[in-house]
Ligand binder design. Structure first.
Ligand SMILES: Cc1cc2nc3c(=O)[nH]c(=O)nc-3n(C[C@H](O)[C@H](O)[C@H](O)COP(=O)(O)OP(=O)(O)OC[C@H]3O[C@@H](n4cnc5c(N)ncnc54)[C@H](O)[C@@H]3O)c2cc1C
Length: 499
């Protein structure tokens, strides 16, 4: 009963992208399509990519993973959002929470009531109305609940995990479902004469690995999609100039905060990702503004714990593959582009790429119209992420260091300018292309970086000020009390038998 199905899919590359693709394919098509994965143990993987956004929970659900088992095997922790330090200006901090503001899932109006209170010098900080932020401040954690009647339905949560352990975990999963792994160094790609489709990849020694469909997960190398099929790369370095990162693990002091920390530095920013067995750190910087050695020293001198290994340098060019899918080859992960890790979007883009692949699953014949649709959706998604990332760099009060001066004064995409203008007026969030980042995300970063709406939605005036005051005051205390009653993040991990 394999009628229109391709007989064989070959995933090339065994990093996070490769194993996510193999696991999801195995789950979706079972053994009806032969899935093989070839990777090179001598070349290894990029070895970073440890923070995610809430949609990762959907991926885990798709695979049918048990949370406790997943967290145990990946040394994982929970993530309620990102703390941004010094981004708006040195000494300032704000939190980008997941979930929603307010105490109801449909309460996407909370910031409008808050804005009206602010007009009267009341209302405190918007962060006071975010359960995730309250939980993060107190180091507390409980998992989100889907039932909209439950207060925990306003919580959004993702994970941090060890990238190498994650790939290993997915490998075990995929192999159990029949995926065959090959350890080979691929040295060439053979194209069919008649149509330029990929016929086979060639391993060292001349072995040909053929398939009907290929998934290029070879990382920055882009061995199939770029070197063989010349898909093209659209650079965005003029908007996102960071092009290097030093990454280093450090010792944990035992406290595991349920969020990622991002600290702005003169030539970029530094991440801090708490795992159970260690802390992941990295300095993402622009090599036009700082030398590699100076960046390494900055990172090493600002760790909270002792470095556990020598720092590793990664070089990248922000941008996207012009065509993520060409002929019988789809690229995923770093092979399809890289923006930068500021909002932990790369693993998510792998996930949505896989979901789209399943939406447009190739039959024996590849339909150009489906390929075009996939590529258009992929482009729109990359552009939405790009705009969100640029916002962090562009709307800032930081002065006096060349990187930030450049970013603050640069021309930005019209699509982003429109979002900023719309928000500045009456606090409205542009709904176009918002699938990836919720209203909460845009709202948090716009406010956090210093864009305060000049007015509020006129519909807010349907309610008396006193009623708003009371409703918001009750909400604030309810959220605070709920957070205080929760277990610590460490206790949650222990109770879920993941400690
Ligand atoms: C500094 C930095 C920080 C990041 N932080 C985050 C984050 O916090 N969150 C997030 O979501 N993402 C993050 N990312 C992105 C994330 O690391 C990647 O999206 C993810 O790891 C997927 O990588 P990959 O599988 O595409 O590539 P890789 O991990 O590089 O894997 C490539 C695979 O291809 C194989 N391969 C390559 N060439 C050949 C060949 N010739 N023959 C055989 N096999 C070959 C390799 O052996 C390897 O198995 C970060 C990236 C960087 C650079």
């Amino acid at each position: 009963m394999t009628g229109n199905l391709p007989a064989e899919i070959l995933v090339v590359g065994g990093g996070t992208a490769g194993w996510m693709a193999a696991a999801a394919l195995a789950r979706a098509v079972g053994r009806q399509v032969r899935v093989r994965l070839v990777e090179s143990s001598t070349l290894g993987t990029v070895g970073v990519g440890e923070a995610t956004i809430p949609a990762i929970r959907d991926f885990n659900r798709l695979l049918g993973l048990d949370e406790a088992d997943f967290l145990t095997h990946t040394q994982g922790t929970c993530k309620l959002g990102i703390e941004f330090r010094d981004w708006r200006r040195p000494g300032h901090a704000y939190f980008h929470p997941f979930g929603v503001y307010g105490d109801r899932l449909d309460a996407n109006y909370t910031h409008q009531y808050w804005r009206r209170l602010r007009q009267h010098g009341e209302g405190g900080e918007l962060a006071d109305y975010s359960l995730c932020t309250q939980m993060a401040r107190l180091g507390r954690y409980m998992a989100p609940v889907a039932d909209p009647r439950h207060l925990l339905s306003v919580v959004g949560a993702a994970y941090h995990f060890d990238a190498a352990l994650y790939a290993q975990y997915l490998r075990t999963y995929a192999e159990r479902l029949g995926v065959v792994r090959l350890d080979r160094n691929i040295v060439d790609v053979a194209l069919r004469g008649e149509d330029g489709f990929i016929d086979a990849v060639i391993a060292e020694g001349g072995e040909r690995l053929s398939a009907d469909f290929f998934i290029d997960c070879t990382g920055f190398a882009g061995l199939l999609i770029e070197k063989a099929l010349k898909a093209g790369y659209e650079e965005w370095t003029h908007w996102l100039p960071c092009d290097r990162a030093w990454a280093v693990p450090s010792a944990s002091d035992g406290r595991i905060v349920p969020f990622t920390r991002s600290t702005a530095r003169d030539a970029g920013w530094q991440w801090c990702i708490p795992l159970r067995h260690r802390v992941g750190n990295g300095y993402v910087f622009s090599s036009n503004h700082l030398g590699e050695e100076a960046a390494r020293q900055t990172l090493l001198s600002s760790l909270d714990g002792a470095a556990l290994a020598a720092p590793k340098l990664l070089r990248f060019t922000t941008g996207r593959r012009r065509r993520a899918w060409v002929k019988n080859c789809l690229s995923l992960g770093l092979a399809s582009g890289f923006l930068e890790p500021l909002e932990s979007t790369s693993i998510h883009l792998i996930q949505t790429g896989i979901t789209r692949l399943l939406d447009f699953f190739p039959g024996k014949r590849i339909e150009p119209v489906e390929v075009a649709e996939y590529n258009a959706l992929s482009q729109a998604e990359y552009e939405a992420v790009r705009d969100f990332l640029i916002l962090h760099y562009h709307v800032t009060e930081r002065r006096g260091s060349p990187l930030w001066d450049d970013c603050r004064t640069m021309a930005i995409p019209d699509s982003l300018q429109q979002r900023i203008d719309l928000f500045r007026q009456r606090g409205r969030i542009c709904t176009r292309g918002r699938a990836l980042f919720s209203d909460t995300s845009w709202l948090s970063v716009l406010l956090g970086q210093g864009v305060m709406p000049e007015a509020y939605d006129p519909l807010v005036d349907l309610h008396a000020l006193e009623a708003i005051r009371e409703r918001m005051g009750t909400m604030r205390s309810r959220l605070r009390q709920a957070a205080e009653a929760m277990p610590t993040h460490e206790a949650y991990l222990a109770s879920a038998r993941v400690a």
